[in-house]
Write a protein that binds this ligand. Structure first.
Ligand SMILES: Nc1nc2c(ncn2[C@@H]2O[C@H](COP(=O)(O)OP(=O)(O)OP(=O)(O)O)[C@@H](O)[C@H]2O)c(=O)[nH]1
Length: 429
């Protein structure tokens, strides 16, 4: 079956504005951080106008059909390429690509008006289109995010580029009878493939933007809005994965629960905003002591939790002590201290909740003993630990202020009891 080549080209072109409408609708509804959508939409529209002019060959003056038509189609590809680079946040090098476009147009005009050659023009257009499409695919191939969407888009772009290679082969191999709209099977198949590749490329842009939106929402859901650290749910999920990994490889893993001391007093005497600032300062201070794989989360209110993969209890105790001291010495809008409970993974642990319960019990003791101190899991003496674990007979980490704190501010047991009860309640079970 042979379809009229002009009709196929016009159908291809019509997909441009339709997909541009989808991309523009996404642009107006998606977060502004997602860039490039407008460029992809504009590119589809310019390519549409360009292809319409090209199909007007024989009706329109040759300059409009050949130079302006191909120029707009190539401009559309440049915009796809710039949109992709903006989307990925890599330098666009706009002037470099515009220079390539202008150079191609000058050559096209030359081989149209000065030294007319259909083959030369065909080669120039195909080579330029290939260059722009491959340049659009290149940064996508280099990045590791958006796996499905970027692979899909890369395949569509490579497919699109290969149709231009096929077009050149067709011209030079004599399959197109030296005509743009040759009415034969080769040309029909070529136009059909170009239609499909263009549509798939535009779908690829939509998929890519959708993946970014999903990622943005996931980020919003997994990050605490005040401190920017992991939310309780996100922390639980990564902690469970880390725990299973540590168990599989027989590696140590430690966990600290942290609770700011007398936090209610900060709110009461300095105001809620100062309380918020203290929480933010605390999160930043702790962040300075963490390695890349440590997982720090806010469990709610003034309670935090820190997971330290590949860290023995001794190592965790020294990290915790450093954090405790830096909090105590920090210049904050309202001075505050932190109490911590520490535990480490044992082979009997079935879930993160078991570690949390033990760390909470240690935290309870830290509060009861006067606050501003680090307490270790007391039950570890009876349990075998993963490599690097603390020897039986665990002790508290040194807390120079612990006695002073006990003296100056006797620990009310109401809060720790409340805390202990809450931590063993089914909400973490
Ligand atoms: N500013 C601010 N305050 C919060 C936030 N979340 C919880 N709080 C306050 O934190 C305080 C916690 O008080 P308590 O549970 O009595 O504990 P505490 O005063 O720290 O006493 P201890 O834990 O026993 O040392 C409450 O007053 C909460 O209103 C928050 O996001 N911002």
């Amino acid at each position: 079956m042979n379809l009229d080549s002009r009709t196929i080209m016009i159908i291809t072109a019509c997909m441009g504005p339709l997909m541009a409408m989808v991309l523009l609708a996404m642009r107006s509804n998606y977060p502004t951080a997602i860039r490039g959508l407008g460029w992809w939409a504009q590119g589809a529209c310019w390519a549409f106008v360009g292809v319409l002019l090209i199909t007007g060959r024989g009706t329109l003056p040759p300059f409009w059909s050949v130079v302006v038509g191909n120029g707009l189609m190539m401009l559309g590809m440049v915009q796809w390429l710039l949109g992709t680079r903006r989307f990925l946040g890599v330098p666009t090098h706009t002037s470099r690509w515009m220079q390539v476009l202008v150079f191609s147009l000058v050559l096209l005009a030359w081989y149209l008006m000065v030294q007319p050659s259909y083959e030369a023009r065909s080669l120039i257009v195909s080579a330029t289109m290939c260059l722009f499409l491959l340049a659009c695919a290149r940064p996508l191939m280099r990045q590791s995010k958006y796996r499905f969407a970027s692979r899909f888009l890369v395949l569509a772009l490579l497919g699109n580029a290969s149709t231009w290679v096929a077009r050149t082969i067709g011209h030079f191999g004599g399959y197109m009878n030296g005509q743009l709209f040759a009415d034969n099977t080769f040309n029909t198949l070529l136009n059909a493939s170009q239609t499909a590749a263009t549509l798939l490329t535009l779908i690829g842009f939509v998929l890519l933007a959708s993946e970014r939106v999903r990622e943005e929402f996931e980020k919003l859901a997994s990050r605490d809005s005040l401190t920017g650290i992991l939310t309780r749910r996100a922390w639980n999920s990564v902690a469970q994965t880390e725990m299973e990994r540590s168990q599989r490889h027989g590696r140590s893993l430690s966990l600290a629960t942290m609770d700011l001391d007398y936090f209610k007093r900060i709110n009461d005497s300095h105001g809620h905003l100062a309380g918020d600032q203290a929480l933010l300062d605390f999160a930043r201070l702790v962040g300075r002591h963490l390695r890349r794989h440590d997982q720090f989360g806010r469990m709610g209110g003034e309670e935090f939790v820190l997971l330290l993969p590949e860290t023995s209890l001794q190592e965790a105790a020294s990290v915790a002590e450093r954090i405790r001291l830096s909090v105590q010495n920090a210049q904050s809008v309202a001075p505050f201290t932190v109490s911590m409970g520490l535990t480490t993974l044992v082979p009997e642990d079935l879930s993160v909740d078991m570690l949390l319960a033990r760390a909470d019990a240690a935290l309870y003791r830290a509060k009861a003993k006067g606050r501003n101190r680090v307490e270790l899991d007391a039950g570890l003496a009876n349990l075998a630990q993963f490599p690097g674990g603390l020897a039986p007979g665990s002790t508290t980490a040194p807390s120079p202020l612990q006695d002073a704190a006990t003296d100056s501010a006797p620990a009310p047991l109401v809060r720790p009891v409340k805390s202990a009860l809450r931590h063993v309640s089914p909400r973490r079970g």
